[in-house]
Design a protein around this ligand. Structure first.
Ligand code: ZN
Length: 471
């Protein structure tokens, strides 16, 4: 096994066992701070949560510096949310490892859908499937912060404070708000954040028993567009049957975006392959809540379809609502389509393919015009480097089950930013979540055995990385 000693495994689990109960109290204290980076929420909570995180890592005594930093939002004088950056430099040829998490959380949403109070953490015992802690941020991503913290405390107990491994802790405060100042932050503090390996603790495992590294993410391209057929609205009785209205043109156009079986029908989009993991149609049906007679769309492996191929959703149409509808032919209709693009495709070329398809397939010679766009790059990790091998080993030991590489059908744009700014770094996207963590939803929770295993795995990873020093 790469740089992982048998007695490390035993030492790591012993330390995590010893720390676990008190670390759950630390996690609870973080969950009680409702730091939400959206304008509608009290920003002072983000200051409080950044301060609490800085304090936690300051008291480890492992860092030369622990700072609360911020960067300007693009095109604005305003600053983004406070991030915590702690740094100790590597020595003797040991690698520099950056540990990423975020301290902001999603808004709680509809409180009536929660079985508990969102910002008052509750432990619920489950002797069969494993205990959970419920609360907003208990999993996403305060559990990530606690996993990093626990791993560092364990490493300190095992090696003492004087070890060679360089560690940079980076806990940002606006991930759930789309990380508006993140790119500027990376560029502003690039020297301080430079690392050989970046461990992102903000994703999920394959299940509560199978650990995973997330090695691919789909990208995102969305486009708003308008279809016009008339210069003003018409009485449908006077002109219907001769004059095409904008809605007819729009629905015909939208219908060309998928073929008969439901594949995205835009030519030029990249199609990839996911790792071969067991995921049945029955599991998909249970996870998604698909109604019994509704059929799946597309063909081939389900995970290929979710993780490695493009998909397209019509996410909005602006037209009179049924309540105010009259017998009128609409001159203009606006729609927004959102595509998930496969790892390996750049968003610019996908946008170009989408626009070309829309232009060529607009019926009746109607006019089409394009509005706002959003673009996020997909992500594909390199899986043939030492850090991936070491993390796979560490996870497999900690969970006592082989770690797998998974994809995520969604997009985490900040990971593409990390990869662009730190092109030489190996990026490991790991997580403390499981498929039932319900991040962003009511009744978010962290599965405690998974959290504990994540702490042990990260401890093992850091021990193994430290052993790469030449000194
Ligand atoms: Zn998150």
């Amino acid at each position: 096994m790469p740089n992982l000693k048998a007695n490390d495994v035993e030492a790591a689990s012993r330390q995590v066992d010893r720390l676990f109960e008190s670390q759950l109290e630390t996690l609870k204290a973080l969950v009680r701070i409702p730091g939400i980076a959206w304008d509608a929420f009290d920003a002072s909570n983000l200051e409080a949560s950044a301060a609490a995180v800085a304090d936690l890592f300051e008291t480890t005594g492992l860092f030369e510096s622990v700072e609360i930093l911020r960067a300007e939002k693009p095109g604005s004088e305003a600053f983004g949310a406070p991030a915590v950056v702690a740094h100790r430099p590597a020595r003797n040829g040991a690698p520099q490892v950056l540990l990423y998490a975020h301290h902001d959380v999603q808004p709680p949403g509809d409180a009536s859908l929660w079985n508990s109070t969102p910002f008052e953490p509750v432990l619920v015992a489950d002797p069969i499937f494993g205990d959970r802690m419920f609360g907003r941020g208990a999993a996403d991503d305060k559990a990530g912060i606690i996993a990093h913290h626990t791993a560092l405390l364990s490493v300190r107990e095992i090696l003492g404070k004087d070890f060679d491994l360089g560690i940079t802790l980076f806990v940002e405060g606006e991930e759930e708000a789309g990380s508006p100042s993140f790119r500027n932050f990376l560029e502003k503090y690039q020297l301080r954040l430079e690392a050989d390996v970046i461990v992102v603790a903000d994703s999920s495992n394959f299940s509560t028993t199978i650990p995973a590294i997330t090695t691919t993410l789909r990208g995102l391209v969305s486009q708003v567009f308008e279809i016009r057929t008339l210069d003003h609205a018409l009485h449908s009785g006077m002109y219907g049957g001769v004059v095409p209205d904008a809605m007819l043109a729009m629905v015909r156009l939208l219908a060309t975006l998928h073929d008969e079986v439901g594949h995205v029908a835009i030519s030029g989009l990249h199609q990839g392959h996911a790792s071969e993991l067991p995921y049945t149609e029955a599991e998909l049906r249970a996870d998604s809540g698909l109604l019994p007679n509704t059929e799946l769309i597309g063909t081939g492996s389900i995970l290929d379809r979710i993780w490695a191929r493009p998909s397209l959703t019509i996410i909005g149409i602006d037209t009179p609502s049924v309540a105010v509808s009259s017998n009128t032919m609409q001159p203009v209709v606006r729609a927004k389509v959102s595509m998930r693009i496969a790892p390996g495709q750049d968003p610019e070329s996908a946008l170009e393919a989408l626009r070309a398809h829309l232009e060529t397939n607009t019926p009746f010679g109607a006019q089409i015009s394009f509005g706002e766009i959003e673009m996020g790059s997909p992500f594909e990790a390199e899986t043939d480097q030492w850090a991936h091998a070491l993390m796979s080993k560490a996870l497999s030991h900690a969970y006592a089950a082989d770690s797998v590489d998974i994809g995520i059908g969604g997009s985490i744009p900040f990971i593409a930013d990390l990869k662009e700014v730190f092109a030489g770094a190996q990026i490991l996207v790991t997580g403390v979540e499981d498929p039932d963590s319900r991040a962003h939803s009511p009744n978010e929770s962290v599965h405690l055995p998974t959290l504990k295993a994540a702490m042990t795995a990260e401890t093992l990873f850091l021990l193994g990385a430290n052993a790469r020093a030449q000194g």
